[in-house]
Design a protein around this ligand. Structure first.
Ligand code: MTE
Ligand code: MO
Length: 384
């Protein structure tokens, strides 16, 4: 069993698939912490977790004039300044379950918690590429940076993806070769000893157990770059789909969801009010500037408060423009409308480009069930 050396996992995780391991935290605890504890952070593996010896680990940087550069873990830690960012990772398939309710899609049936937030520390990819020979001459032909994981399938094929080179070499891109998560050594499930963190970019490009970096004129040739993680029209089916016709998902669209109350929960009329909580995030470093909440199916709306502290701990100050990598947690207390037996609670977020979420799932349905970001709705019963 190639999965027999996979690490132990927290028993509270909701397992979507055991081999490979895919799991999300229960939605009702997802927003208890601004920084998701690593054990509860969602886990998305396509393959068995590779066992990497940190002493013999080597990262190879290829494609640049002057030949390949090889770095040990020690090199990465000592030869480059250490940077720390707080960044949210979201799987392209987060909230796929809602697409499945419209019409069956292919993919893991994620709920609303294939998203988590952590602090990440490591070397900047930019610094490593500059040290390896990136410069104005390379910029003329290089358009992508490819990443290869050390995780392999039975045929020896490794997980891989790529990002546009501008993101990789930009000072404001904040792409890290991370060796720490939440102030500790990167856990096995999250890419020990080194993973790429591409803030603002879909989870799939944040390659774990990083073995190789290739500067290239082309995107990664991997299945996950070419034939997966792409969006299509609701009218496209498996007979007509042409994966070459659509771009690979990189930055993700505006997203939000309700973590409390849970769908199907009861609220007491005698409480007079209901407190609604959730998360909101947008891709590409765009900052969430507002979350609107309705408890009457969208007839009336209230603006939620964006949380700025957790249990007395104040979050970092506002990020610089275009570098809002972390989610916002939000909360609002709303009076229970008189006479209502049931409340349809809805949330929708707005980012600083005034991007908004679509109101329903059907018009954004796609055969792979990715980019599911319609208004999130939960229904609760009112106990008289
Ligand atoms: N990197 C490797 N090497 N292998 C993988 O299977 N899965 C990707 C990405 N990086 C993956 C990978 C996907 S699809 C996602 S959503 C994120 O890792 C999940 O990161 P996490 O498990 O740390 O939450
Ligand atoms: Mo993913």
């Amino acid at each position: 069993d190639p999965y027999s050396s996979d690490p132990e996992r927290h028993p509270v995780l909701r397992i979507n698939s055991l081999k490979p391991f895919n799991a999300e935290p229960p939605a009702e605890i997802l927003t208890d912490n601004y920084i998701t504890p690593s054990a509860l952070f969602f886990k998305r593996n396509h393959l068995p977790v590779p066992q990497v010896d940190p002493a013999s680990y080597r990262l190879s940087v290829e494609g640049l004039p002057g030949g390949a550069m090889t770095l040990s873990l020690e090199d990465l830690k000592t030869k480059f300044p250490k940077h720390t960012i707080t960044a949210t990772l979201q799987c392209a398939g987060n909230r796929r379950a809602e697409m499945n309710k419209v019409k069956l899609v292919k993919g893991l049936n994620w709920g609303i918690a294939a998203i988590s937030n952590a602090s990440w520390s490591g070397a900047k990819l930019r610094d490593v590429l500059l040290a390896a020979g990136y410069g104005p001459d390379v910029a003329k032909w290089a358009h992508h940076v490819q990443f290869e994981g050390l995780d392999k399938d039975v045929t020896g094929t490794t997980y891989g993806s790529s990002i546009p080179i501008n993101k990789a070499v930009s000072e404001e891109g904040d792409v890290l070769l991370a060796y720490e998560m939440n102030g500790e050594t990167l856990p096995a499930d999250h890419g020990f000893p080194v993973r790429v963190v591409v803030p603002g970019t879909v989870g799939a490009r944040n390659v774990k157990w990083l073995g190789k970096i290739v500067v290239s004129a082309e995107e990664s040739n991997s299945h996950w770059q070419q034939n997966d993680y792409k969006g299509f029209s609701p009218g496209t089916d498996w007979d007509t789909v042409d994966f070459k016709s659509a771009p690979a998902v990189q930055e993700l669209p505006i997203q939000s969801a309700i973590t409390a109350p849970a769908d199907g929960a009861m609220v007491d009329r005698s409480e007079e009010e209901v407190t609604v909580q959730g998360y909101a995030w947008s891709g590409g470093g765009r900052e969430v500037v507002r979350v609107d909440v309705s408890v009457d199916g969208g007839k009336t709306w209230q603006v939620a408060q964006l949380r700025t502290s957790d249990k007395g701990q104040v979050y970092e100050p506002s990020p610089p423009p275009g570098r809002a990598w972390a989610w916002k947690l939000w909360e609002v207390t709303v009076p229970i409308p008189p006479g209502a037996k049931e409340l349809e609670i809805i949330c929708k977020a707005v980012d600083n480009s005034y991007n908004v979420q679509p109101d329903t799932v059907a018009p954004i349905w796609n055969l792979r069930g990715v980019l599911s970001n319609a208004w999130h709705r939960v229904t609760v019963k009112v106990r008289e």
